[in-house]
Design a protein around this ligand. Structure first.
Ligand code: PMP
Length: 290
């Protein structure tokens, strides 16, 4: 069965041309997106994703293409037409189509595309044994809190990481601090056993998984600090991990040539893997950090 996409009011086979050549998303990367996880047919954290979508759109001065309830209906209908219950939803809003010009009119009608695909879950090996990351300079723009479709620096970094045999890239700013990873938030457990991640602000994307993991950690009494940390501190940390909608809580066991802790996923990471998996209703294979 061909996958069905929602494109500006129509449900149609995903490969059918649908977006105008002069869509500003295509020509200027002038748009934002969201990625949501669907478990048992239910989109998770829909309200949080909608809030972040609105924040991203406000940041660029683009209108919401429709109300959040109407958007939810489109997401559910796209899932239904694709007969998917375990899935990932991709939703993209661009400023709209207009003759190519850096300047744009406030009256443009935003374009909306929604696609869904089967969830690509972390492998049992990655989940249990952890992954390697490499450090790379953070070459993105200064508004990383906006979930912009302009992902070229992220994509180049992720590819470089893969070419070097790593799963992800820790991105390092001009002060030597790790902001986040190319498609996930970055965490460490420091020498004092405190869970540390970069604070919110313009420097990182406020991940929904990050938000969830912070809540789980605080509820479990794990000491938490939202502060900046350097690459050197990360390499000397007891533990490190990544969070994102599609890879959940993924242990990091090596940064460049440095093994993290004893080179195996740490205790706090395992605990958070289990807490997050249970709270998110993930398949039991994810409940234990084993
Ligand atoms: N940072 C970046 C740069 C990302 O692209 C993502 C995921 N798309 C995240 C963090 C994690 O966000 P979330 O937990 O909402 O998936």
């Amino acid at each position: 069965m061909a996958r069905i996409a929602y494109v500006n009011g129509r449900y149609q086979p995903i490969h059918r041309p649908a977006v105008p050549v002069e869509d500003r998303g295509y020509q200027f990367a002038d748009g934002v997106y969201e990625v949501m996880k669907v478990v048992g047919g239910e989109p998770r954290d829909l309200d949080r994703h909608m809030r972040r979508l609105r924040r991203s759109l406000d940041g660029l001065g683009i209108r919401m293409p429709m109300s959040p309830p109407a958007l939810e209906a489109v997401i559910r209908e796209t899932l239904r037409r694709n007969r998917l219950k375990e899935a990932v939803v991709y939703l993209q809003v661009s400023r709209g189509a207009a003759p190519r010009n850096h300047l744009y009119a406030a009256t443009l009608k935003p374009s909306l595309v929604v696609t869904v695909r089967r969830a690509g879950l972390p492998s049992a090996k990655e989940w249990a044994e952890g992954v390697a990351v490499v450090s790379l300079p953070d070459e993105r723009w200064a508004r990383r809190d906006i979930k912009s479709i302009s992902l070229l620096p992220n994509s180049l970094a992720r590819q470089k990481a893969k070419d070097r045999g790593a799963r992800e890239a820790f991105l390092v700013d001009g002060d030597g601090c790790v902001t986040e990873a190319s498609a996930s938030n970055a965490w460490i457990v420091d020498r004092n056993g405190t869970l540390v991640t970069h604070p919110l602000g313009h420097g990182i994307l406020g991940g929904i998984t990050r938000e969830r993991v912070l809540e789980e950690a605080r509820a479990a009494g794990i000491p938490v600090e939202e502060r900046r940390f350097t690459l050197d501190e990360a390499k000397a940390a007891r533990e490190a991990f990544l969070t994102s909608t599609s890879s959940f809580v993924l242990p990091v066991v090596r940064i460049d040539d440095a093994p993290i802790g004893n080179g195996h996923p740490g205790e706090t990471t395992r605990r958070l893997q289990g807490l997050y998996a249970e709270a998110a209703g993930l398949h039991p294979r994810f409940h234990q950090g084993t």
